[in-house]
Write a protein that binds this ligand. Sequence first.
Ligand code: SF4
Length: 319
Amino acid sequence: MKITNVMYLPSGRIFLINVDNYIIEATEMRDVSVDGKQHIEVRETNDPHVIWKHLVEYKEKWLLTVSTQRGCTHSCQFCDVAKLPFRGNLTQNEIEAQVRLILENTPHVKESRKVKIGFARMGEPAWNLNNVIGAMKNLPMISNELGRQFRWLPCFNSILPRKADCISAVVETKERDFKGFLHFQISCNSTNEEKRKELFGGADVLSIEEIIKQINNINITKRTVTLNFIVIDGVEVSVKKLKKMGLNKDKFTVKLIPLNNTLIAQENDLKTYANYSNYEKLLQLRTSFEQEGIPVVVDAIAKCEEAGLCCGQLAQIFQ
Ligand code: SF4
């Protein structure tokens, strides 16, 4: 495994890594602090200097992602990984090696209160569960070996394919091994199940109602489970439906994310519901969740980082 290319964004880097002649991606980014007026400035700028001014210190937060598969078996209509060929799971060693590569190439980051690592760059981690969970558990060992003082926050991001049946294993790892300090994020994207299936390229995934039922019956501490909605023009996101399904504010948070301008989204004629020019629409949607007492966050990225941040886009170029 070796790095073949490194692409720079204002807030971090994307590593293109060759594993047995297949290019996978891993990333390291700093968070961008955004408040009030600065938020608009940061979101809409094309000037990296503006981003640099608002970067969060590594010692506060550092954001990493690693790939879990060579490509992905799914064909989500919004994700450029779907355009790459699928060449199987990465081993636990190969997942851990990406973490080592990032750390070795960032020797100046010695300590951090929160290193959030998404096992979600390329691949659906539910299909590689044991290797992903094994790698998560070894994170403290890896950082100790490399002389870093990190508090890890692993993130398991999944569309929850029905047959992969991973909810209990992920929650058990969260509660038992990470004392609740693991972020479980579930892709939802629409409250209309037919539309969801279409967006996931026909994948047989657990319905949101089934997800809510299962999670409501499990003990969840510290980090709540996040239901991610990439907001797409003309695609239903109904707060009322979610309430009716039993969405419990002590177990769940909703995250609203503008649709990135991916190549495949363009091909499928998907447009974001809101982003840079009409950001207030996103805030209105946020308010409708807040009014129902549902914890909600908005996760928008800066315009000038959008291209490189889309999973699988660079790998396509360098394959
Ligand atoms: S969103 Fe996830 S599951 Fe869907 S194609 Fe991309 S990597 Fe695969």
